[in-house]
Design a protein around this ligand. Structure first.
Ligand code: UD1
Ligand code: CA
Length: 455
């Protein structure tokens, strides 16, 4: 009976974005605006979720793969009333429908719950009060304070222009009346559009109860029409996320200088210095410290690990009490056990590094399996690629790799082996032995440097 349908209007062109990408696909907090609106809508557990799409339709559908969405096409953008009409065939005869906008990404689910409650079995509009209401539809109330109509800015009388209570566009409507009201809309107005807002006066005329709910903050109703507004909302979102982290006990050197484009979860006593970017799903264990200007994407970092400034980690797992960076790069498939040290200008890709091992300076470790307590000297490289195929380097426990060693994979350095600096290792280095693979040093007696001619 009381089933909720949510319709997201997302057919607008977004001309002022000056982009080939449909407006609702522009990202905020690392995900398309429309995806964020859908996520908020889902928090209300609607029985059905309908997206009215138009401009760039195929791109929009491809970017939002959710299988349960109902897509309704609006081939021509004839107004918000016309847009909702496109969803009508998918709506049941009873229950209520909530209308959201695909380009209004920051509305809180709690606010939408209040809107739904305000509607009851009738209609409700989500409103805000603005100092400057230009451009918005005005909420026209009678002397008794009851809503009478919504009048679009361009259709307002001078007296109506002075009204500061505006229509956010979000509303809840009773399905039983919707078909009739939408059929009754006409486009005899300043913009020649079928205004959804006109249903309010129709509801009043039909004796249906009409109420309003209001947003907690104006950014909940703020829409995106251009990159300026998109950037403003991005900052508001980031500020809100930073605030939530501080409230949960995370230390942020500056809440204005952190960007989270995804989900950041954390244990106690985590601290994050300025300029860090977190993308995708990032998990930080207790007492993790992230230095300035690090980028972490889809990373799990265990307790007590310190990541020094300017490090870049992606699709990596870092064990507890590790020391990473400064200037370290962990690429996809880097898996570090506990107490590992990865130093400056070291790149690790698709490699497992065991407990307590160290790769401290200027090295490349790719497609490797490194045991525990290994020391890889400065400037060592796993030569894992022949131009076509990738090969594996296996390094046992307690191996000492001298500086400047090239390990030509596939190759194995057995446990407790020691490799002399500057070696090119292309065959197994046996356990417990010193292996040196470099030309011997020669001194040429009596050799003279060439001299410049002097006049
Ligand atoms: C609308 C409201 C106005 C309100 C304002 C809040 C109407 C007539 N006016 O005005 O009262 O103050 O939002 O921002 O509803 N859309 C479609 N198909 C269309 C037209 C619009 O899908 O044919 C979608 C847009 O993509 C957008 C939303 O509906 O997500 C609102 O459209 P927009 O043109 O921005 O409406 P406004 O003129 O700003
Ligand atoms: Ca708008």
């Amino acid at each position: 009976m009381d089933s909720l349908s949510i319709v997201i209007l997302a057919a607008g062109k977004g001309k002022r974005m000056y982009s080939s990408k449909p407006k609702v696909l522009h990202p905020i907090g690392g995900e398309p605006m429309l995806a964020r609106v859908i996520r908020t809508a889902r928090a209300l557990k609607p029985a059905r979720l309908i997206v009215v799409y138009g401009h760039g339709g195929e791109q929009v559908r491809a970017a939002i793969p959710d299988a349960d969405l109902i897509w309704a096409e609006q081939a021509e953008q004839l107004g918000t009333g016309h847009a909702l009409k496109m969803a009508l065939p998918h709506l049941p005869k009873d229950g209520k429908t909530m209308v959201l906008y695909g380009d209004v990404p920051l509305t809180k689910a709690d606010t939408l719950r209040r809107l739904s409650d305000a509607a009851g079995a009738g209609m409700a509009v989500l409103t805000d009060v603005l100092d400057d209401a230009s451009g918005y539809g005005r909420m026209v109330r009678g002397a008794d304070g009851k809503l009478q109509a919504i009048v679009e800015h361009k259709d307002c009388t001078p007296a109506q222009l002075a009204i500061r209570e505006i229509n956010t566009g979000m509303m809840a409507l009773p399905n039983a009346r919707l078909a009739g009201w939408l059929a009754a809309l006409n486009n005899g107005n300043a913009q020649g559009e079928y205004y959804l807002t006109d249903v309010l006066a129709l509801a009043v005329a039909d004796g249906v109860s009409v109420d309003s709910a209001s947003v907690d903050a104006s950014w909940e109703a703020a829409g995106v029409n251009n990159k300026v507004q998109l950037a403003e909302l991005e900052r508001i979102l980031q500020r809100n996320q930073a605030q939530a982290l501080l409230e949960a006990g995370v230390t942020l050197a500056d809440p204005a200088r952190i960007d989270i484009r995804g989900e950041l979860s954390h244990g106690m006593d985590v601290s994050i210095d300025v300029g860090c970017v977190f993308e995708g799903k990032v998990e930080l264990g207790e007492q993790v410290e992230i230095g300035a200007h690090c980028v972490l994407k889809n990373v799990k970092v265990a307790a007590g690990t310190k990541i020094a400034p300017f490090s870049h980690l992606e699709d990596a797992v870092v064990g507890e009490a590790c020391r990473i960076g400064p200037y370290a790069r962990l690429r996809p498939g880097a898996q570090l056990a506990g107490h590992v040290h990865i130093g400056n200008f070291v790149e690790v890709k698709k490699s497992v590094i065991g407990e307590g091992s160290k790769v401290n300076h200027l090295s490349y470790v790719g497609d490797a399996e490194i045991g525990s307590k290994v020391n890889v000297g400065a400037g060592s490289v796993t030569c894992n690629y022949d131009g076509v195929n990738k090969f594996k380097t296996v390094i046992g426990d307690n191996v000492f790799v001298g500086s400047g060693t090239l390990m030509v994979a596939p190759v194995t350095l057995e446990s407790y082996s020691t490799i002399g600096a500057g070696s090119v290792i292309s065959r197994t280095a046996p356990a417990g032995e010193l292996t040196v693979a470099r030309a011997r040093q020669v001194t040429v007696p009596g050799w003279k440097r060439p001299q410049k001619k002097t006049d």
